[in-house]
Design a protein around this ligand. Structure first.
Ligand code: BES
Ligand code: MN
Ligand code: MN
Length: 457
């Protein structure tokens, strides 16, 4: 489609400028001090949907941050693609490690640096621009619905209800999402699975007040010491998680599946070099690709308590805290796993401290089919614009709503991600390569085209 390429090359600078505008809005969903910015970002997304050619676009309020929904339906006889993405971003901390401001996007060496550049403003915006390309050249192959939410980074807690309440509005034939990564521009790939997630928060209480660590130290338990010991016991020397029953429902891969998963190009030395680690770590008996793709994990995301200011303070703290998340694989259920965690953690709590475990948000793992017409359409689209067949991979991250698309709306998903693992998502200096942004906009219309063709349209 020459028209698509022409339209894109005539408008590419503006596409990029508009993305930079979105990146300037600090739409941090986790922190209530950004609430107005999040709302402002939703308004901006709605404006972009209308400018791209949507017939309608609206802000749908929720108990949390709003969802933006727009559509351009052209013919009821054509299939409908429901695009999902998120306009909220992770907190930018630690701020001092950013080379330029997280909400002052800059382009350097062909890369866009800003919080949300890749996750997910840069990626969801490719769909809005791809729609513009198709709509403005009067060559839209499918009906399009776009739903961009504002709470993905905090677990999509209100989106499930929105799906329940809007089944008719969200009726579609497939969900299309760009919020994952691919191996590289040279080795394009499509993620065919995501891990699930379950979060817990722990509070350990010792004495009723902070104490002098000389007067009381050695005689009264230190809750920080106790917490560290308990947390350390959650992995054995082989990197296995020690919670009884944790692995009971984990589906082991067949030898054939393991083999094909490990065929994906991966250079362990490069990987270590890029992360500045001398050795990798993980569950014994599994490769790095298996450890991130198909095995469950347990990680501390934060641990605190006691004195953290300048200099030293000889204190025996009264309380210690931590946050833990576990990544889950098929068929582990978030609620079941956090219940197992809670039971185990309470059982190992020594009598000299009080321990409370509070289960948090979660999401189910997903596996997306590769033998479907939708996956084939995505593979063909990649082949068209990259000149190479994509490699199917398993992603380690989580997108909680994907499982609900299937259970609530009966819809399968295609994860057509254009990010790279080294885009620093959730880290300081998040970036997205300009080339990937443009390549995504170029590729997406072909998905629409081939998906329509698979319906005989
Ligand atoms: N886009 C990511 C998920 C992702 C990243 C999938 C890279 C595959 C490859 C998403 O925004 C994300 O960060 N999800 C959270 C979920 C959580 C906050 C409920 C995650 O995975 O930690
Ligand atoms: Mn994301
Ligand atoms: Mn994210």
């Amino acid at each position: 489609m020459q028209d698509w390429n022409d339209y894109q090359s005539q408008n590419k600078e503006r596409f990029l400028d508009e993305l930079l505008g979105l990146l300037r809005i600090p739409s941090v969903s986790a922190d209530s001090k950004y609430k107005d910015d999040v709302a402002r970002c939703a308004e901006a997304v709605k404006g972009h949907l209308l400018n791209a050619g949507c017939d309608t676009a609206e802000i749908c309020p929720t108990a949390g941050h709003p969802i933006v929904f727009g559509q351009k339906l052209i013919d009821p006889a054509l299939p409908t693609i429901l695009v999902y993405g998120h306009y909220d971003v992770q907190p930018p901390d630690p701020l001092n490690l950013w080379v330029s401001g997280p909400f002052e996007p800059v382009i350097k060496d062909g890369r866009i640096y800003a919080r949300g550049a890749c996750d997910d403003k840069g990626q969801m915006f490719m769909h809005i621009k791809a729609l513009e390309v198709m709509a403005k050249t009067n060559s839209q192959p499918c009906n399009v619905k776009i739903m961009i939410e504002g709470e993905e980074e905090v677990g999509s807690g209100n989106l499930g209800k929105f799906l329940q309440d809007n089944k008719e509005k969200l009726k579609a034939d497939i969900v299309l999402v760009s919020d994952t990564s691919m191996i590289s521009m040279e080795n394009p790939s499509i993620e065919t699975g995501l891990r699930g997630l379950t979060a817990v928060e722990i509070e350990v209480t010792g004495p009723n007040r902070d104490l002098h660590s000389g007067v009381y130290g050695g005689a009264v338990a230190n809750p920080l010491n106790a917490l560290c010991k308990m947390v350390a016991s959650l992995h054995d020397e082989n990197g296995h998680i020690t919670i009884p029953g944790f692995y009971d429902k984990v589906v082991d891969l067949t030898e054939q599946e393991r083999k094909s998963l490990n065929l994906a190009p991966f250079d362990l030395d490069e990987y270590k070099k890029e992360l500045d680690v001398n050795e990798v770590w993980g569950e014994k008996g599994y490769t790095t690709l298996e450890r991130t793709g198909v095995r469950p994990t347990l990680d501390l995301n934060g641990i605190w308590g006691g004195y953290q200011g300048e200099g030293s303070k000889t204190v025996l703290p009264s309380k210690a805290f931590c946050k833990i998340t576990m990544r889950l694989v098929p068929n582990q259920r978030p609620a079941e796993i956090s219940a197992l965690f809670q039971k185990h953690f309470e059982s190992i709590a020594p009598g000299y401290v009080k321990v409370t475990v509070k289960p948090g948000h979660g999401g189910e793992p997903v596996v997306t089919p590769t033998d479907s017409a939708a996956y084939q359409a995505a593979a063909k689209a990649i082949k068209t614009t990259f000149g190479k067949d994509p490699i199917p991979t398993r992603g380690g991250g989580s997108i909680p709503i994907i499982a609900l698309f299937e259970s609530t709306l009966g819809l399968k998903t295609v994860l057509l991600g254009f990010g790279l693992d080294n885009d620093n998502i959730h880290s300081p200096n998040e970036k997205y390569d300009v080339a990937n942004f443009y390549k995504g906009i170029e590729t997406i219309p072909y998905f629409h085209k081939y998906f329509a063709e698979s319906f005989g349209k």
